[in-house]
Write a protein that binds this ligand. Sequence first.
Ligand code: CP
Length: 369
Amino acid sequence: MVNIKKKLRGINGGSMFSQKLRNLDWKKFQALPTHKRKEYFAKDGRIFDVLFSQQFSRATLDLLYRIINKVRHIHKTKDGAKWLSSLLSTKKAMLYFTQPSTRTYLSFVTACQTLGIQTADVRSSQTSSEMKGETFEDTIQTFSSYFDVIIMRNPHEGHAEKASFVLNNTLRPIPIINAGSGKDQHPTQALLDIYTLQKSFSDVGGLDNKTIMMVGDLKRGRTVHSLSYLLTNYNKMKIILSSPEQFRMGTEITEFLKINNIELLETTEFKKFLPDADAVYMTRIQDEHDTNNESSSYDKKKYTIDQEALKDIKPTSFILHPLPRIFEIKREVDKDPRAIYWRQVRNGMWARVALLIYLFRLEEKIFDR
Ligand code: CP
C-alpha cells in the first residue's frame, strides 16, 4: 500500500497535483482552463506530454531551436550520426495513427530511427482490439505497457489529451505526443513551422517583429491554430488572417491573440494583403470535416498562389504550407526561392528529433558533444 502511494505520488513530479485534481473525471477535467490543464501535463517544470501549443514558452522554443541546429550539425559526420543513433536505442515508440498521414508519420519514424528508437505502429482502429469493443482507455494503457512514448494522430478533438489524462492516472505514465487531433491542434507541425520561420529570418532579426499571413480554411485547419498560439511567444507580431467568411479562425483563438498583444487583421481579401506579409502561410480546404458539403462554396481561384500572385509577394518574403496541398499553391511556384514548404518537410524530421531529445532530457548530452 505504501509503495503504491509512493508510486502515485511520483506521477507527474509528485507535488503538482492534489488528490482532488487526480480524482476529477475527464469531462470535469476538460472544462478546466488551459493554464490549469497545462500544469497536469508537465513534470519538474518541463513539458511531459506534448498536446497543445499553449504549453510552449519562448524559452522552450528557443531551446528546441538550439537542439535542432546542434543535432543537424552532429549528424553531418558519420561518427556523429552513429553516436546519435545510440542515444535512445533502449527506447520504444508506438505510432498510433488512426487518421491518414504521410509527413508527420514518416518524419516521426525517421526521427526515431535517427535516435535509435525502435517503433511499432497501429494505423487503423480496424486492426486493433478496439474492434472487439476494447475501450480507448484500455488501448492506451496497453500501449504504455510496452512502449516509452506514444505518438498519436486521431480524428477526434482532444483525444491525445484524453490519452495523457488516462495515463497520468496510472502507475506507468509515459509521454504522449499529439501528432494531430481532429480540427483542434497539431503542435509538432507548429514547432517545425516556427523553426523554419526563425531560421529563414535569421539574418533579419529572427521571427520577432514580422507579419505572418495565414490563408485558407482557418476554421478547421489545425496547423494554423497551433501556429497562432506559438506566435504569441514572439514580440511585436502582426498576423493577417485571410479566409472566406465561413472559414474564419475561431474566436477562442483570435481573442487569445488579441489578449497576447498580437496585432490582428481578419479579412476575406487575399491578393490585397500579400505585399504586407513577411511570410505567407497557405493551407488547404479541410473538406474531410464537411457535414453538409460546406467546402463546395470555397473560392479556389481566389485563395491560390500562382505566377501572377507571386508578383505581389515581397522579394524578401517566404511562402509556407504544411502540406498536403490540393490547389492552393501551383506546382510552378516550387521553383521560386521564396517557396520554402519542401524545407518545412525536411525540418519536420529534425524538429521531431529535437522534441524527442527534449522529452527524454538529453539536450545537455547533445550540447556537450
Ligand atoms: N503536415 C502534415 O501534417 O502532413 P501529413 O498529414 O501528411 O502528416
